[in-house]
Design a protein around this ligand. Structure first.
Ligand code: SF4
Length: 215
């Protein structure tokens, strides 16, 4: 219990300091609709957001505004158009199936619940939370990506390794209205300061409360 209270106190401090440091942090993928964000989220797995933006922004503008546009163009053309993106072959298959389901079941729209999103091909909890938080404005969405896992672990907020367990654990500790911003800001901190190979503990505004500082 004492441990839990300490964690909650610590999280309050982290929320405040990261909000001061990254007041406007947001996702790096570019999109103009829930559909575009959904497709780019799938494509960004094991690929940089920069490359996904470079390939997809012109394609969304010129060709692929709806699931029907991708279906009408055909899987071979779609695959060919995204072939500079890692794992383009498997991703094309998932996206094509996804477009068929969106068209048949949702009339071409993107559903807005965790349950429905995670039933779609290529969409796990992390991607579903990206869509819910960024597009649908849900504040109680926690995005557990590689940065979030690393930074929360170094900060001593979790000892879990499993993404879903980390998400549920942090949901108990962070107030629902803060969860989305907290996860986006932790991700940003991981990209800029608490890097995987050489964390910049000297420059980190959490170094006085971080058990991994300078280790
Ligand atoms: S003090 Fe170092 S290890 Fe801890 S969060 Fe900051 S950069 Fe990461």
């Amino acid at each position: 219990m004492k441990n839990l209270n300490n964690k909650i106190k610590k999280i309050k401090i982290i929320i405040k300091r990261l909000a001061d440091l990254y007041p406007d942090a947001k996702i790096h993928l570019k999109y103009n609709s829930a559909f575009e964000l959904l497709i780019s989220t799938i494509l960004s797995a094991q690929c940089t957001d920069e490359l996904v933006n470079k390939v997809m922004v012109p394609l969304y503008k010129e060709k692929y505004k709806t699931p029907k546009d991708i279906l009408n163009d055909g899987i071979d053309n779609f695959r060919n158009n995204i072939k500079s993106i890692n794992f383009y072959n498997n991703k094309s298959k998932s996206i094509f199936k996804l477009c068929e389901i969106l068209e048949k079941k949702y009339n071409g729209n993107v559903p807005n619940s965790l349950e429905e999103l995670t039933e779609l091909p290529g969409i796990g909890r992390k991607s579903a939370n990206v869509i819910l938080g960024n597009y649908f404005g849900k504040k109680d969405a926690i995005i557990v990506d590689t940065h979030f896992k690393r930074v929360t672990s170094r900060l001593g907020l979790t000892e879990n390794n499993d993404s879903e367990k980390i998400e549920l654990e942090l949901k108990e500790l962070v107030p629902p209205s803060e969860q989305f911003d907290f996860s986006i800001r932790i991700g940003e901190h991981g990209r800029i300061i608490c890097k995987a190979k050489s964390p910049k503990c000297d420059e980190c505004n959490l170094n006085d409360i971080c058990p991994s500082a300078y280790k």
